[in-house]
Design a protein around this ligand. Structure first.
Ligand code: BEZ
Length: 355
């Protein structure tokens, strides 16, 4: 556990002197499924998509994404984009508890609320960044709005509905665990939970003492009742945009993300398995995720190498040449804290892109 804490400390990199956080503006819009709140950072950039985030169950946009978007090196990327951070209904700070009997939207309905946000902001395209339930919601949105989604970063996605075995396990766990404990088991690995790191302790406190715990439980139920996304590698039911799948190598959703990778178009999908990151890589490894996100955004044709640091330029050049050699194959990118980033397209093919 001491190791995990160490990684967290190494990754913490505050804004540089002179870098000031941009003003944020929070809005709410009405949709057919109720009101939805979102916060906008930065100003729209002509001919660029908005970065559009969706958080996981038990979190809100700040607890899910602040360490990543506040990370020093991330500023170089996000200054080029307006960011929209959505919150699932009832998850925003100070949200009142929904009345008894309130029908919380399904994950599909949460995805169907997104067009109202984009219409309100007059934004035509997005790069989605989602974690867990948020990754599912953004994928569902991308399936029905392929022209709107230019790229997707999906952390801890489970594209399957719960099978009967999962339900049996869920019911059994429910007999001995509280809702906060079940949600913590969704967010973090058992090793992290028993390790009591400062980070896990902080998130345990946040969830255990959440004033909107009833709302969180409703979102949790919607997540557990999700439908299968029915991705097909060759077929219409697939993501058409570039996708970066991300999971920690000890994370609760490792197998689910591996399976999702096997169902997506390998020419459009990269798979980043992160070592030493636990269940929430965007919290514990913001530096490595920032680096991967930079490659991803650059691969989509945004951020010319001229606006990147010398070191980043040399790393990206290596990755780009590798990608062209790999052609149509899906790329797996593993990260380890000792050796940096190592993408491997097929057995015997590896390349260091990070020193
Ligand atoms: C952003 O700059 O987009 C951001 C800042 C703080 C929290 C979340 C996002």
């Amino acid at each position: 556990m001491a190791e995990l804490q160490e990684v967290h400390i190494t990754e913490e990199k505050p804004l540089l002197p002179g870098q000031t956080p941009e003003a944020a503006k929070t809005h709410s819009v009405e949709t057919p499924y109720g009101s939805v709140t979102f916060t906008v950072y930065g100003t729209p950039k002509p001919k660029r998509p908005a970065i559009f985030t969706y958080h996981d169950v038990g979190l809100n946009y700040k607890t899910c994404f602040k360490p990543l978007f506040d990370f020093g090196d991330m500023q170089e990327i996000i200054k080029n984009f307006v960011r929209v951070h959505v919150e699932a209904p009832g998850m925003e700070d100070g949200a009142p508890v929904f009345p008894l009997g309130y029908q919380y939207p399904s994950l599909d309905q949460l995805a169907d609320m997104i067009p109202a946000i984009l219409q309100y902001l007059n934004f035509s395209t997005i790069i989605g960044v989602g974690v867990g339930a948020g990754a599912y919601i953004l994928s569902r949105f991308a399936l029905s709005n392929p022209d709107v989604v230019e790229g997707l970063v999906l952390i801890n996605i489970d594209c399957n509905a719960k099978g009967w075995m999962d339900w049996a396990a869920h019911k059994l766990t429910g007999l001995t665990s509280s809702i906060p404990e079940m949600i913590l088991g969704h967010l973090f690995s058992q090793e992290e939970l028993s390790g009591h790191s400062e980070l896990v302790q902080r998130y345990r406190d946040i969830i255990m003492h959440a004033p909107n715990l009833e709302n969180i439980e409703l979102f949790w139920n919607s997540y557990n009742n999700r439908r299968d996304l029915h991705f097909e590698r060759r077929g219409d039911a697939t993501l058409k945009c570039p996708v970066m799948l991300v999971v920690g190598d000890q994370a609760p959703y490792e197998d689910a993300v591996v399976e999702c990778n096997s169902k997506l178009d390998p020419t459009k999908t990269s798979f980043l398995k992160m070592a030493d990151s636990g269940g929430q890589p965007q919290l514990t490894q913001p530096g490595k995720l920032t680096e991967a996100f930079k490659y991803f955004v650059q691969g989509m044709g945004y951020m010319a190498s001229s606006c990147m640091t010398r070191l980043s330029r040399s790393r990206t050049a290596s990755l780009t040449s590798r990608a062209s050699i790999d052609g149509g194959r899906s790329r797996t990118v593993s990260q380890s804290s000792e050796s940096g980033t190592v993408p491997s397209g097929s057995p015997g093919h590896t390349m260091e892109v990070s020193c």
